[in-house]
Write a protein that binds this ligand. Sequence first.
Ligand code: S3P
Length: 429
Amino acid sequence: MNKEIKPLDGIKGTIHLPADKSIAQRSALFALLSEEPSLITNYPSAEDPQTALSCIGQLGAKVESTDRRIRIEGTGRDGLCVPDGVIDCGNSGTVMRMLAGIVAGAGTPVTLAGDASLSRRPMKRIIDPLVQMGAHIHAAEGGRPPLQIRRDKAFMPILFRLPVASAQLKSCVLLAGLFGAELTKVIETVASRNHTETMLGLTVQQNGKERIISSSRSNFIPPQNLEIPGDFSSAAFWLVAGSILEDSEIVMPAAGVNPTRCAALHILRRMGADIEMEMKQDAGNEPVAVLRVRSVKLKPADIHPAEIPNAIDELPVLCVAMAFADGVSRITGAEELRFKESDRLAAIQAVLEAGGVRVKAHADGLTIYGDPKRKIRAAQHDSRHDHRIAMSAAILSFKSDGVSEITNAEAAAVSYPEFWSHLDSLAHF
Ligand code: S3P
């Protein structure tokens, strides 16, 4: 699908965000492992969370859904079924990496495959610790999917220092750890999103700069009875659009604002963004807020390596904001962006340059030469089948001097199927 984007003066209105993809996928996978049934409300219709449901179904969970309420009867930790065929993780790195931990820990023989984008993503980072824990994993060349996983050795708990700040890797090892009699410990020095430890109630020790999270068979796996909050990563597109479009005021009534997820909010505020955050009642253990953003003149900002994990999914759209800041902004320590659904540093650089923005690429980031008075050149932008690139290109195109086009725009549905209809209903030209 191709989507034409017309220039916009502003966006005014209320946006009901899609439910959080990270929390939704975890709720489904943890419900599979729980002995008690789970009732999850506001489960998203986006592709990645739906993939999580079909995968747990293949492993024996019973899933009933009515509207956005989902009842999941899991198999319990020791009742996973051997699936008939390959488990298709679609576009979702989170599903593949977390499921790999579960089946490797359980010793359930499974092959995990994915779409073309997921088949290019690095899995060596999870293969190494899972093999240390006793799994046998056969991967395609370069440690890429599909992954054939089985276990022919006894389970070995490990002490694992994260070589990259990755919540997916952390979660993978901790989920495998749930199957061991003794503690598996994961050490992180740069905090990544903490949904797994929070939702499973795992023990977290703070030791100076290190966070040590542990799991074992003695952890009770709670049923997942929760209402999923709005996705902060989806809110970020509107926080940027509302800031850069002159005549804007956007309200998002229920955004998840877990502090390990919303560095983008602090970065935008550092850039001078006018964002109000009014805290509401928490959803489960997750903080929720009303977010309100109004147009503003942005200043440039540097994004430092320590901030990257907590803004990882929002960096492409932050680059769009930087294109309109009054000066030069720099992102460093973001090499992980090269291993997402696309090489997001290269992809967003191409989008910005097609619009006439000057960008300098580094191995681990970008320098963006901003100009608040800039008119963006109308262009055709390819999403590279990456949801966040499709939506970031759309936000940039609002500021263009003509009609732009996003090709492969359907990619947005991976996390935000309502994005294009929200855009059409809110935009005033
Ligand atoms: C996710 C973690 C992040 C993020 C991804 C979702 C998660 O990946 O980019 O979209 O739900 O744990 P990494 O932890 O590998 O950086």
